[in-house]
Design a protein around this ligand. Structure first.
Ligand code: URP
Ligand code: ZN
Ligand code: ZN
Ligand code: ZN
Length: 467
């Protein structure tokens, strides 16, 4: 039995076009688009109709950087795959790519199996995995080839966190060489963790224990230095490079320089770096801990450079790095020692709205919003055109977005499993109204109609992005 839905009268916005069109969905996929009011559109017949007059019809968001249930600093990120993907759906994101973790001394396979077990049957929207490689050795390198073949086509390495996820330059070079051969994409956490640990030790020895010192020791120059080193190692290996959570002007300058040289180097930033700053880290009464993440928030002046990078395409993607820890009981582990505050912030539910606010504020165009939040992450991570656009054959992952609705962000009303919002009290113009995942209504006129287990594991092709 086929099931059909038609979305009528909205402004369909993709990375490349804006057209007033009706969208016909059949069996979970986009079947056809036709300009609203034309005979072709009138001929669409369906059991279900959604009126999108006055609204945008956009592809579901693709969040290429989440950490559901991530173990960190003796605790776990507070969103499970169930709660985190439900919150994602509420925020108009219909695909996440989460990071499976290899523990030192264990195989990639063990890590990946463990993440499949956490996610399977629990997700509200579709999901894929990157692999965090914490232990580069001959076996791991061979496993990278196998993972690429089965749809885990990107590997995160860390120049930070010595003794946990850290890889040295030799390990990084070897993994990059492997990726150059198998089509994998290396994603880099670019901060000089060895130097940072010295500064952490010195700060604590001077009694500098407050959350704001997290921002002071993780210096912009140490992000820039690591970014430069990662770029040159990738160049030597002949591999493309994707730098995650870029926050500093100086690091972005390294990416810009490399791209001007024609290197296949890409960058992601996150809403927290675009909307928040060290002012938040300095909030009194330990409240700054809510904003502890790495790379850290930067002084406000860095925001203009990041917006510019998003406009000039020196940065291509905005992901959330969603890694929520409750203030109560989790962030509090670092009272009296900022280095013990679990690193990470919530945001999977807020990204599409915050970026729409950036459209309203004139930082980016409407199509660029869709490009950086849907289309490019889908292409970067081998999911396009199944995800990231609205075109015949694509999965019907579609959001009806009300660009005029006003909302105030708050932990009281959000759906993430965390006891604070990093954007508490912020006014946003625009709101998700209805969300379809493969044609199924997950959110219907601001009511949750999804279900745990609807979301499916989605193996990925290799990186399709070369711009
Ligand atoms: O602070 C962060 N970003 N936590 C998540 C882990 C990472 O480095 O992405
Ligand atoms: Zn093992
Ligand atoms: Zn990272
Ligand atoms: Zn992350």
């Amino acid at each position: 039995m086929s099931s059909r839905t038609v979305i009528r009268g909205g402004l369909v916005v993709t990375a490349s076009d804006e057209i007033h069109a009706d969208v016909l969905i059949e069996d979970g996929r986009v079947a056809a688009l036709a300009a609203t009011g034309t005979p072709a559109a009138e001929a669409f017949t369906a059991e279900n109709a959604i009126d999108a007059s006055g609204k945008y019809v956009i592809p579901g968001g693709v969040d290429g950087h989440t950490h559901m249930e991530m173990p960190f600093g003796g605790t776990y990120a507070a969103d499970t795959f169930e709660t985190g993907t439900r919150a994602a759906a509420w925020g108009g994101t219909t695909t996440i790519v989460d990071f499976a973790i290899q523990s030192v001394g264990h195989s990639l396979r063990e890590g990946l199996d463990a993440w499949h077990a956490k996610a399977e049957g629990n997700c509200a929207v579709d999901y894929g995995f990157h692999m965090i490689v914490s232990d580069v050795n001959q076996e791991t390198l061979k496993e990278m080839d196998l993972l690429v073949e089965e749809g885990v086509t990107s590997f995160k390495q860390f120049m930070a966190y010595p003794g946990v996820f850290y890889s040295d330059d030799g390990q990084i070079l070897r993994a990059m060489q492997r990726a150059a051969g198998n089509g994998g994409l290396i994603m880099m956490h670019a901060e000089n963790g060895i130097a940072i640990d010295v500064l952490v030790e010195q700060a604590l020895a001077c009694g500098e224990t407050d959350p704001r010192f997290h921002g002071e020791v993780r210096k912009a120059l140490l992000e820039a230095e690591a970014t430069h080193r990662a770029i040159r190692l990738a160049q030597v290996a002949g591999a493309p490079l994707y730098v995650v959570h870029v926050s500093a002007t100086e690091a972005l300058a390294e990416l810009t320089r490399a791209r001007d040289e024609g290197l296949p180097v890409f960058g992601e930033t996150c809403p927290q770096y675009l909307f928040l700053s060290t002012d938040n880290l300095a909030e009194p009464d330990f409240e700054g801990a809510k904003y502890v993440c790495s790379t850290p928030l930067r002084p406000r002046e860095h925001q203009a450079a990041l917006w510019r990078g998003l406009r000039t395409n020196d940065l291509q993607v905005v992901s959330t790095d969603h890694c929520p820890f409750c203030f109560s009981g989790q962030k509090e582990l670092g009272r009296g020692d900022f280095s013990k505050i679990p690193n990470g912030m919530p945001g999977v539910e807020n990204r599409m709205d915050l970026l729409h606010q950036a459209v309203v504020d004139g930082h980016i165009s409407r199509r660029r919003w869709i490009e950086i939040a849907c289309a490019t992450p889908a292409r970067m991570f081998g999911l396009y055109p199944k995800k990231g656009t609205i075109a015949p054959g694509a999965d019907a992952d579609i959001v009806v977005y009300d660009p005029h609705a006003e909302q105030v962000v708050s932990a009281e009303t959000h759906h993430m499993n965390v006891d604070y919002s990093a954007y508490e009290g912020r006014r946003i113009t625009g709101r998700v109204e209805t969300v379809l995942s493969r044609g199924e209504p997950v959110v219907t006129e601001r009511e949750y109609t999804g279900r745990k287990g609807h979301g499916l594991y989605t193996p990925r092709a290799t990186c399709q992005y070369i711009d």
